[in-house]
Design a protein around this ligand. Structure first.
Ligand SMILES: O=C(CO)[C@H](O)[C@H](O)COP(=O)(O)O
Length: 298
């Protein structure tokens, strides 16, 4: 199939390489000319504008956006919609908020354009070698683009999730689960680290990655990380967040769904961004006020 890919960052780049391996024709664009050039050397067709990219696509046009969530998706839609026609398909493979995807799907539907919200998982390796895709939007449009996912996904690694928004909703919850699982792994190693035992963490992660209840890709990655830096001394425990964890917690609150592990994992990320906390000062001051307990002075 011939399609366009806009956004050639870590994920977009690897998806294009994967698509090329499967004999798809990919017209590529990124504001940065470097990845366009790199992919042209690998067999992609480099366009020097989104307009040129769209002009090079057969009908119905399939345009895949692989850009960070937020305003940039709206800006790109504004750029490309005037050039698209009824029956064309826009895929948003980024981590957009599902409510934005609902709105964008309505905006596209007004012109008879199909908007597919696709949650993409598996990281850079998944994008390159075979990933996991959660695909929401019109069923008819899904049937047209399904061959792409058959090639890009691992076995059983894609799912048509139904109506618009459902793909990104599923990916949002997936990322919430990811927060909780990573936090639990981190906390387990913290307990080991504070114990009297002198474990080799790479060995621990390796044994847990083989046959245990808690084996899995995250444990494999834990082993990788400890193999590079046995005590992770080269990095700080600052855990940034892109937004999906927060959205999962906000959605859980809206739905009155209990999600304490995901919520606490999110709060731990926020906590990790601060050296000291005001709440800590307040509690320390109160202990001092009622019990004369010592406070640590600056
Ligand atoms: O989608 C992903 C993995 O499934 C991304 O890696 C995700 O954006 C990471 O999220 P955060 O920065 O909040 O940890």
């Amino acid at each position: 199939m011939k399609l366009g890919m806009i956004g050639l960052g870590k994920m977009g780049m690897n998806l294009v390489l994967n698509l090329l391996d499967h004999q798809h024709e990919v017209v590529v664009y990124d504001v940065n000319p470097e990845p366009r050039q790199k992919l042209a050397e690998k067999g992609a067709i480099a366009a020097d504008s989104v307009q040129a990219l769209i002009a090079d696509l057969p009908s119905p046009r399939v345009v895949w956006l692989m850009v960070p969530a937020g305003e940039i998706v709206d800006t790109l839609l504004q750029d490309i919609l005037p050039q698209l026609q009824q029956g064309d398909i826009v895929i948003d493979g980024g981590n957009s908020h599902y409510k934005d995807s609902l709105r964008r799907s309505k905006q596209c539907a007004e012109k008879g354009i199909h908007f597919m919200d696709v949650g993409t998982s598996g990281g850079m390796e998944g994008a390159r070698e075979g990933g996991c895709f959660m695909i929401g939007g019109d069923k008819e449009a899904f049937a047209h683009i399904e061959p792409l996912f058959r090639d890009l996904a691992v076995k059983d690694g894609y799912l048509y999730t139904g109506e618009s928004g459902s793909g990104h909703f599923l990916k949002m919850v997936h990322n919430g689960i990811e927060y909780g699982m990573m936090q639990a792994i981190g906390e387990g190693f913290e307990v080991l680290d504070k114990s009297q035992f002198n474990y080799d963490y790479e060995d621990v992660a390796r044994v847990w990655a083989h046959g245990s209840v808690i084996r899995g890709w995250l444990m494999d990655l834990t082993q990788n990380a400890f193999s590079k830096d046995p005590r992770l001394e080269g990095i700080r425990g600052v855990m940034h967040a892109s937004g999906e964890g927060q959205w999962t917690v906000e959605t859980a609150l809206e739905l009155k769904a209990a999600a304490p592990v995901i919520a606490m994992s999110l709060f731990m990320r926020y906590r990790s961004l601060e050296e000291d906390t005001f709440h800590g000062k307040v509690v320390a001051a109160l202990r001092n006020e009622f019990g004369g307990h010592a406070v640590e002075k600056k």
